[in-house]
Design a protein around this ligand. Structure first.
Ligand SMILES: [Fe+2]
Length: 494
C-alpha cells in the first residue's frame, strides 16, 4: 500500500481548487437525507452521532478575519438512523458571534486580528472566544471548545447554545480550557489543561508560564485542579494521556515581549514567534495528584501540535505518537489559508519513547507516512496500547488541501492510503469501533468531505482496514473546512 501512495502521488490528477470550501455557511439547516440517497451502505453498527466543528464564517461585512482560527464556531451534527441520516448545523452563540452578527462587521479583538478603532479598542483586551476548535461529549454535556477561554455548552439534539460552561463555578473567568482534553477509556475520567502566565504568591508576574490542570469525573463534575510552572509562556495545543501521566511537549513558540500585544498595537498571533533559543522540554505530570514526575530536555526543538494515543509499558517507558513541524512557519500558512493555492501544511508523524527510569528519549519517524494532520485512533483504548493511527493526508503532488486518508501501522510503519479523487478534500476522521470487534485496525472512519466540483459536502464512512469508502451521504450544503470531530454512539434525535 506504500507503493499505492507513491503511485497516486505521481499521477497528478487535475486540480480543482479547494478554496471555495472556506466560504461562509450562513444558513442553519435541519433536514434528513433518505437512505435511498446514500451511496453504498451505512454499517449496522454506525447508529450514533458524528459531530464536526470549525469556523462557519471567515469574513463579515465584506471584511476577512485575520486568521483561520478567528472564524465563529459552527457545530454540525450527523445522526445515523435506520431509514435516514439527520443533519443539523448551528453557530455557537458566543458574545463575539452575537455582537458581530448584530453589527454585521468585525467588532472584537481576536487571535489573528485587532478590533477596529485602534489602540483604545484593543489595549489590555484578550482575544474573543469563538468556540470553534474542538468538542467533547462527556458527563452528559456537549461542549464546544476553544483554547484561550472556557467551553460553551450546547444541546446535543438541537445544537442550541446553552451557555458558557464553568463547571459549577470551578473554572474562573480567565481560566483557559484547551481544545484537546482526553478521556481515559478505562475510567471515563476526562483530563484537560489551560495555559497562563505564572504568578508569584503575591500576584506578580514571574516571567514564566504555568499550565492549569483539570480532572473531570465521568459524572461531569470537575473534581480536582492543579498547576505546574514551565520555563516560559508558550503555545501548547495538546498533550498525551497515559494511565498515570499527562505529557506536555513545550514547543518554543513564545512572545519576545508581550508589550506590543498588551498595548493593543498588534494581534496575538503576530506577537508570538518561533524562538528555538528557548529550548524545548517535555513535562510529565502525575494524574493522581498533578505533581511533576519528570522533565526531559530535547536537543532539537520542533513544533508539536497534535498527539495520538499514548500508554505506559512494562519496560518503564511512555510510548506516544505525535504530528511534528520543524518550525512555526505553519502559522503563516494558516493565516494565509483563504488565499493559498497549494502550500502544503501537513506535518510528519513520529513515535516518542520516554524512559521514565533513566531519563532517555528515543524518537523515530514513520517515514512512509504521507504529510498530514489530525492523528486519530480507536478511543476505546485511550491510555492503552493501540496498533494503528489514522490521519488526513495530502496525496496528489498538486494537492491544495488534504485529499486523502491514511493509516499508519505503529509496529511496522506500513502505510495504507486512500485518495479521495480530484477536488475532494477532508480533514479529521473519527474512528468508529465495531462493538463486537476489539481489533483497533478494524471498524470504520467517518469524515466530512468537501467536493469542490459541486460545492457541497458529503459525510463519508470508510472501512478502517481497507480505507475503502463504504457509504457516502450527500449533504445539501457545503460544510466549511473545520478542525476537529467527535462521535457518540448515542443518537440524540428521533
Ligand atoms: Fe487541534
Amino acid at each position: 500500500m506504500v507503493a499505492e501512495a507513491k503511485r497516486i502521488r505521481s499521477i497528478r490528477p487535475e486540480t480543482i481548487s479547494h478554496q471555495r470550501g472556506f466560504e461562509t455557511l450562513a444558513q442553519e439547516y435541519d433536514y434528513s437525507v433518505p437512505i435511498s440517497a446514500v451511496k453504498g451502505q451505512i454499517p449496522a453498527a454506525v447508529r450514533g452521532t458524528f459531530f464536526r466543528i470549525g469556523p462557519g464564517r471567515n469574513k463579515l461585512g465584506g471584511q476577512e478575519f485575520g486568521h483561520w482560527f478567528d472564524g465563529d464556531g459552527m457545530l454540525h451534527a450527523v445522526s445515523f438512523k435506520d431509514d435516514k441520516v439527520v443533519y443539523r448545523n448551528r453557530y455557537v452563540r458566543t458574545p463575539k458571534y452575537l455582537a458581530e452578527t448584530k453589527a454585521n462587521k468585525i467588532v472584537m479583538r481576536s487571535f489573528g486580528h485587532n478590533a477596529p478603532g485602534g489602540i483604545r479598542n484593543n489595549i489590555g483586551r484578550l482575544p474573543a472566544n469563538c468556540a470553534n476548535t474542538s468538542l467533547v461529549y462527556h458527563g452528559g454535556k456537549l461542549l464546544a471548545l476553544w483554547e484561550g477561554g472556557r467551553p460553551w455548552q450546547l444541546d446535543p439534539a438541537t445544537l442550541d447554545t446553552i451557555g458558557e460552561h464553568d463547571y459549577n463555578g470551578k473554572l474562573g473567568k480567565f481560566n483557559a480550557f484547551s481544545a484537546h482534553g482526553k478521556v481515559n477509556a478505562r475510567t471515563g475520567v476526562y483530563y484537560n489543561f489551560g495555559i497562563r502566565p505564572s504568578f508569584s504568591p503575591k500576584g506578580a508576574l514571574t516571567g514564566k508560564g504555568a499550565i492549569d490542570l483539570y480532572k473531570i469525573a465521568p459524572s461531569g463534575n470537575l473534581v480536582e485542579k492543579g498547576a505546574f510552572e514551565v520555563d516560559y509562556l508558550s503555545f501548547c495545543h495538546d498533550f498525551a494521556l497515559t494511565e498515570h501521566y499527562m505529557v506536555f511537549f513545550q514547543s518554543p513558540i513564545a512572545m519576545k515581549s508581550p508589550l506590543p500585544w498588551l498595548a493593543g498595537l498588534i494581534p496575538f498571533d503576530q506577537a508570538i514567534d518561533w524562538r528555538p533559543e528557548l529550548g524545548m522540554k517535555v513535562y510529565v505530570v502525575r494524574t493522581s495528584d498533578f505533581g511533576l514526575e519528570r522533565v526531559f530536555t530535547l536537543d532539537n526543538p520542533f513544533v508539536a501540535i497534535h498527539f495520538s494515543n499514548a500508554w505506559e509499558t512494562e519496560a518503564g517507558t511512555i510510548e506516544l505518537d505525535l504530528t511534528r513541524f520543524e518550525d512555526f512557519s505553519v502559522n503563516q500558512l494558516l493565516r494565509d489559508v483563504f488565499h493559498s493555492q497549494g502550500d502544503s501544511f501537513g506535518g510528519t508523524f513520529w513515535r516518542y519513547s520516554l524512559d521514565m527510569s533513566r531519563g532517555g528519549i528515543n524518537a523515530r519517524q514513520y517515514r512512509d507516512a504521507l504529510p498530514g494532520e489530525f492523528p486519530q485512533w480507536d478511543h476505546r483504548y485511550t491510555t492503552q496500547p493501540t496498533s494503528v493511527m489514522y490521519a488526513a493526508c495530502g496525496m496528489s503532488d498538486n494537492a491544495t488541501f488534504f485529499d486523502g486518508v491514511q493509516s499508519i501501522d505503529l509496529a511496522t510503519g506500513e502505510v495504507k492510503s486512500h485518495f479521495l479523487g480530484a477536488g475532494r478534500y477532508t480533514s479529521e476522521a473519527m474512528h468508529i469501533a465495531d462493538p463486537d470487534n476489539g481489533d483497533d485496525k478494524q471498524g470504520w472512519l467517518v469524515s466530512m468531505v468537501y467536493d469542490a466540483s459541486t460545492h457541497k459536502s458529503e459525510v463519508v464512512i470508510f472501512d478502517a482496514e481497507s480505507l475503502k469508502e463504504v457509504a457516502v451521504v450527500p449533504l445539501q450544503n457545503h460544510v466549511p473546512f473545520g478542525f476537529h470531530c467527535g462521535y457518540s454512539p448515542r443518537s440524540f434525535v428521533r
